[in-house]
Design a protein around this ligand. Structure first.
Ligand SMILES: C/C(=C\COP(=O)(O)O)CCC[C@H](C)CCC[C@H](C)CCCC(C)C
Ligand SMILES: Nc1ccn([C@@H]2O[C@H](COP(=O)(O)OP(=O)(O)O)[C@@H](O)[C@H]2O)c(=O)n1
Length: 235
């Protein structure tokens, strides 16, 4: 048993773990069956080995990263909803911040996924979960006032089926089709998130000269969107 563990040791344990074994080798056995202490020592070594190898498994890493982004998305909406409920942030601003942050944080979460082929599918789970959530509440199959307030303009559930739903579907599309291989996804999400946020901030404040084909939008807002989106995408 001991010889098996020692021979398997280099394959099973990472370097740090094998040094931990060497630090306190099992007690000498004088031709007798290995005592409980020695068996417990070996069992803990094998347990460390399985945890060590599991932590290096891409599947486990991607599943953990997907869970983190789904939880992050849920809490992002929750935090800004409670800030808006308390009157600390205006509802319109809360919605815009959720819009900008969700896209940027989604992109920033990409490096925590592994480099394996299935990582993009795990990354797409967060926008998929939110698409389902927006559809569920947007079709009024149930009510979720805090979600509706934090992502709609006028507080109507059906609004979830337009901008917010299109937004998360684009996030999912960019993760699946472009992922980390093509800059198209990063540039698109930078324009759609960061750029749109700056267009609003700059356009509302300085947007005197309106676009010829859209009196709701201004040159300052549009140029701000392009410039901020460009710098975020190369950032
Ligand atoms: C309010 C939103 C879009 C409005 O678009 P528009 O009407 O101005 O055209 C954004 C909706 C955000 C959504 C509810 C949450 C999306 C979360 C995302 C899929 C994942 C974020 C992960 C990260 C780690 C927080
Ligand atoms: N290209 C742009 C975009 C927005 N804006 C300004 O930002 C405000 C919000 O625009 P938006 O379409 O991004 O905001 P939402 O309709 O998404 O809330 C507009 O009413 C304009 O005052 C602009 O001046 N120029």
């Amino acid at each position: 048993m001991l010889s098996l563990a020692i021979s398997l040791r280099p394959h099973l344990l990472s370097r740090s773990l094998s040094s931990a074994f060497m630090a306190s080798p099992p007690p000498p056995i004088k031709g007798r069956f290995c005592g409980c202490r020695c068996m417990a020592f070996l069992a803990s070594g094998v347990a460390f080995a399985s945890v060590s190898s599991a932590l290096h498994s891409p599947l486990l890493r991607d599943a953990g990263a997907a869970g983190a982004t789904i939880a992050g998305a849920y809490n992002l909406v929750k935090v800004f909803d409670s800030l808006a409920q308390r009157g600390l942030v205006h509802q319109k601003l809360s919605r815009k911040i959720v819009h900008v942050l969700s896209g940027l944080l989604f992109m920033l979460s990409w490096p925590i996924f592994s480099s394996s082929w299935e990582a993009r599918y795990f990354a797409a789970l967060a926008p998929l979960a939110n698409s389902t959530r927006l559809l569920y509440y947007g079709l009024a199959l149930a009510t979720n006032e805090s979600l509706v307030k934090s992502v709609s303009r006028e507080g109507k559930p059906e609004e979830l089926l337009r901008g917010p739903l299109y937004f998360v579907m684009v996030l999912m599309f960019c993760a699946l089709v472009f992922w980390r291989e093509s800059p198209v996804g990063i540039i698109s999400l930078s324009m759609m998130s960061g750029g749109d946020g700056f267009a609003d901030i700059m356009g509302r404040r300085f947007g005197v000269l309106k676009l010829p084909y859209n009196q709701q939008k201004s040159w300052v807002g549009s140029i701000s969107m392009f410039v901020s989106g460009f710098f975020i995408s190369i950032g």
